[in-house]
Design a protein around this ligand. Structure first.
Ligand SMILES: [Zn+2]
Length: 395
């Protein structure tokens, strides 16, 4: 929602009028000098939308405000009026409405276009989040990163490193949306006060690492690469088993953490729907973008969402610090998933992160069954993940 500044208005006044913390308001309006608002200038108010209301005969603005539990001045501001008497009967009045429900799509097939729509909605409603492009997929799709928070502790989460695990993108976006609702409404989520986390954390979310692969699984092959992709898939048009990027490289087998072991032992010796580690570490643009993102930042921990198995991996070759175990125990309690320290696997994103930085890194295996998991598991996975998601931020 946007309002037009009147003479004498300040951001701190808007903060009180709409009960939105001043720093969140400032971050929603980065180009605006908070102490010198210019009359006529537009200011974004996060977490609100407007609703039309037809003023009936005899209604007073005070009555409408009282009925809707909003300050009279918020009505004047939104409708560009100086005092209540200016409203006529039958006139449409714009009302500010606090958004209390999620905006992102839940429990539906979630391809790159669904993600892009949701990001646009979140950007418009929660302008304090920044949406960065950290690189491009093989087919040129932007790899989006959502960033917000004023704190020093950087926490990174990502989803859909694997194409047929696209449900993780949708889950991560729903979790993000819940967090944003907690921020603008000042409400607790699972008993956790969300607002203080805005000041103590800096959150990085890459919701879809492999958008080309996700679109292949959900929508079929792109025209430009149809022949190659069908060949890799042995002529089949069923792409539900596809984990790799569009070039047939498994992005979570691309990292320089004993990559050679995976290269040697993985079955495919050429690009394939799954498990091919590439000709060398970090050859694929999606894997490179993620490595660059880590190198450019100072992530305290990273969490990668995969499916399936209702367990998660928190160690790599003993490089994980003691706090990783403390976090793992907490994750276990919050989700009911099983904490597993080591598995016989290398070259993954979290393996490389733990090896390089000696900081906690986690690979989560959401839900249970055969990938791609059916959407009937959506709400259960969301509920399992909510406490773990919050813990990954506040711990
Ligand atoms: Zn996976």
């Amino acid at each position: 929602m946007q309002v037009r500044v009147r003479q004498g208005d300040t951001l701190s006044y808007y903060s009180r009028l709409f009960s939105i913390p001043l720093p969140i308001l400032m971050d929603s309006n980065p180009g605006i000098d908070p102490i010198r608002l210019q009359p006529g200038q537009m200011v974004k108010i996060p977490g609100f939308m407007t609703e039309s209301y037809e003023k009936r005969k005899g209604d007073t603005l005070q009555q409408i405000a009282a009925l809707k539990k909003i300050p009279v001045d918020s009505l004047l501001l939104l409708n560009g009026r100086d005092y209540p008497g200016y409203f006529q009967d039958g006139e449409t009045v714009r009302l500010p409405v606090r958004i209390k429900n999620p905006l992102v799509k839940r429990g539906v097939p979630y391809d790159f276009s669904a993600l892009s729509d949701d990001l646009e909605k979140l950007r418009a409603t929660y302008p304090f989040i920044r949406i960065e492009t950290i690189g491009y997929s093989v087919l040129g799709k932007p790899l989006y990163e959502i960033r917000f928070g004023r704190g020093d502790v950087q926490v990174h989460l990502n989803a859909s490193f694997h194409a047929n695990e696209w449900i993780t993108s949708s889950i991560l976006m729903a979790l993000l949306n819940t967090f944003l609702l907690g921020l603008t409404n000042g409400t607790a989520v699972r008993g956790i006060d969300i607002r203080p986390l805005y000041y103590s954390r800096n959150i990085s979310i890459v919701p879809m690492v492999d958008p080309d692969g996700v679109d292949l699984v959900l929508n079929g092959p792109p025209e430009a690469m149809e022949e190659e992709v069908l060949k890799m898939n042995k002529g089949s048009r069923d792409f539900s088993g596809w984990k790799a990027n569009i070039r047939g490289v498994d992005l979570n087998n691309q990292y320089p953490a004993k990559w050679e072991i995976e290269k040697k032992r993985k079955e495919p010796k050429s690009p394939a729907p799954r498990d091919y580690p590439g000709d060398a570490p970090l050859t694929e643009p999606e894997a490179i973008a993620m490595a660059d993102l880590v190198r450019k930042n100072d992530f305290a921990r990273v969490v990668a969402l995969h499916t399936q198995g209702k367990e998660f991996y928190w160690g790599y070759e003993g490089f994980e610090p003691p706090e990783a175990e403390i976090i793992a125990r907490r994750f276990e309690k919050e989700s009911g998933y099983k904490a597993v320290r080591f598995i016989d696997s290398h070259a993954g994103f979290k393996d490389w992160f733990i090896q390089e930085y000696k900081r906690p890194g986690f690979t989560l295996e959401l839900g249970e069954g055969v990938n791609p998991l059916p959407l009937t598991q959506y709400e259960e996975i969301y509920e399992d993940m909510l406490g773990l998601f919050l813990a990954s931020i506040y711990l």
